[in-house]
Design a protein around this ligand. Structure first.
Ligand SMILES: Nc1nc2c(ncn2[C@@H]2O[C@H](COP(=O)(O)OP(=O)(O)OP(=O)(O)O)[C@@H](O)[C@H]2O)c(=O)[nH]1
Ligand SMILES: [K+]
Ligand SMILES: [Mg+2]
Length: 485
């Protein structure tokens, strides 16, 4: 415990001049951990060795209350003795706390004056300073309470906007990805131990038969597992940042009408005039629980004015980046040249590659079904599989949403089943590094080189979960957090 300053007031002045801003682990931090603004209850917490002192200073308790149970206390300013609030106080002695340090929580009434009064009172306690963004979590990481991937899961959980994102973040916070990596690292450690034993003792000492053969089998099996994970890598990232869904088709098909319907807001101008949309208009939406970045594009046609042609160029460019394409045609206008051209140049090539695993997915939509007479079919020519819909009457919208859900689950991965997904480029980078190192593992050549390849592979996995992680990576990840987390 630090030396206590006898008069708490002198500490108040010292606070301004000491610049106690450093990230020294010995310091005690405090922050409002619930959201800003008026609310019923606000949670203020501290972490660090002076947490007990802070609790005693504000509650006039001689001893901390029983660990991890809530009690009601009158809070007073330690300097003036002025009552601040009657609040629930909780005491979490380290190491059994979120950060691993002594922590305490004050659940105060959520009025701005109460919150600022309590924060000010905490600031007057010797040894306490305001926390920086993500500092609580950073301390939890430093004390081994969370791995780096779990920290990322926590950041994603705080930012999760859709159901699928929340499920995925929770799984990562539960440590599924770190456990998987730890399992792989264990395999590598065992393999390395066997290779090193072979180097040290050679063949004639009493090493079991076939040790190296077993190592080789284990390493190759690991390579297969890593490769299959990497194949899935894009899916986890899409789930985190949103799948690219692009609406495209000839002018006036009703693309903007659909975008407005799906996003439930007037994102794009709708008008009977062909060539209304020129720029790419994008909007984030939650479709069937999946995060989506929905793009409206200019109607594809040749021979229009210069501005519209630029719009068409941008539309084609955006199409190339799409994960899912909603190709839209006017069902009552299938014979027009722009409809035929869209079917030939965009739809046909997508249908042709529909068996590739890394393909772009297409949903072909025939809009304006309300204009078709009841007994006339949409088209006499054979069209690829499609959905009939009307943006005006809403007919076919449920079927479209259902089909979109299936496609999104395929491109984002289903977060409730299957192996944990790689949600960040960082994960992919280290797994690829690990796989590359394993590619250099050859028992037929120098065993010392083989052992080094195993060591490099293991290092990549440990970077993934945060062992030996560099400061810059940590800074980048904790940057995503708010103060108080
Ligand atoms: N009857 C009928 N009209 C529709 C339907 N959907 C859209 N429209 C109309 O078709 C016209 C064109 O709609 P938009 O949504 O602007 O079409 P767009 O494909 O975005 O057009 P551009 O941006 O010009 O390429 C508008 O007058 C819409 O009201 C539909 O389901 N039925
Ligand atoms: K239009
Ligand atoms: Mg439009």
């Amino acid at each position: 415990m630090r030396l206590l300053v006898s008069c708490p007031i002198s500490r108040l002045c010292a606070r301004c001049s000491t610049g106690a801003e450093s990230l020294v682990p010995g310091s005690t931090i405090f922050a409002l951990s619930s959201g800003q603004g008026r609310c019923a209850i606000a949670v203020i917490r501290t972490s660090g060795p002076a947490s007990g002192l802070a609790l005693r200073s504000l509650t006039a308790l001689r001893e901390p209350p029983p660990a991890r149970s809530a009690c009601l206390r009158l809070l007073r300013h330690p300097c003036s003795g002025e009552p601040l609030d009657r609040s629930l106080v909780l005491w979490f002695p380290g190491p059994q706390s979120f950060t691993g340090e002594d922590c305490m929580e004050l659940h105060v009434h959520g009025g701005p004056a109460v919150v600022s009064g309590v924060l000010q009172a905490l600031g007057s306690v010797p040894g306490l300073r305001p926390a920086k963004a993500g500092e609580f979590t950073r301390r939890a990481f430093a004390h081994g309470k969370l791995s780096l991937t779990e920290v990322e899961g926590l950041a994603d959980l705080i930012h999760a906007e859709t159901e699928a994102q929340r499920r995925q973040a929770l799984r990562q916070l539960d440590g599924e990805l770190s456990q998987l990596c730890q399992g792989w690292a264990k395999t590598l450690t065992k393999a390395l131990a066997h290779v090193e034993a072979y180097i040290d003792f050679g063949e004639d000492d009493n090493l079991e038969e076939g040790v190296l053969e077993q190592v080789d089998r284990d390493v190759r099996a690991l390579e297969v597992a890593l490769s299959s994970h990497l194949r899935d890598a894009r899916r986890g990232q899409r789930l985190r940042s949103g799948a690219n869904v692009v609406v495209a088709g000839p002018p006036n098909a009703g693309k903007s009408s659909l975008v407005n319907l799906l996003s439930q807001k007037p994102v794009s101008i709708v008008s009977p005039e062909p060539g209304t949309t020129r720029d790419i208009l994008e909007t984030p939406v939650d479709l069937a629980g999946f995060p989506v970045l929905l793009s409206d594009t200019a109607g594809l046609r040749e021979g229009a004015g210069a501005v519209e042609q630029e719009g068409v160029r941008r539309a084609r460019q955006r199409l190339e980046q799409a994960d899912i394409i909603l190709g839209m045609l006017d069902a009552s206008d299938l014979a027009s040249s722009s409809s035929c051209s869209f079917l030939d140049t965009v739809v046909a090539p997508l249908v042709a590659q529909s068996h590739d695993s890394g393909r772009q997915r297409l949903l072909l939509l025939l809009n304006k079904s309300d204009l078709l007479s009841a007994n006339a079919p949409a088209s006499s020519t054979a069209l690829p599989p499609h959905l009939l819909l009307s943006c005006h009457t809403g007919a076919g919208m449920d079927a479209l949403l259902q089909a979109l859900k299936t496609e999104l689950a395929a491109v984002c991965g289903d977060p409730s089943t299957g192996p944990p997904l790689l949600t960040r480029a960082r994960h992919q980078y280290h797994l690829q590094g690990c796989l590359d190192a394993l590619g250099r593992f050859q028992l037929t050549t120098d065993l010392a080189l083989a052992a080094e390849a195993l060591r490099q592979a293991r290092r990549q996995l440990s970077h993934l979960t945060g062992g030996g992680g560099t400061e810059e990576i940590l800074d980048l990840i904790f940057q995503d957090f708010c103060v108080g987390k």
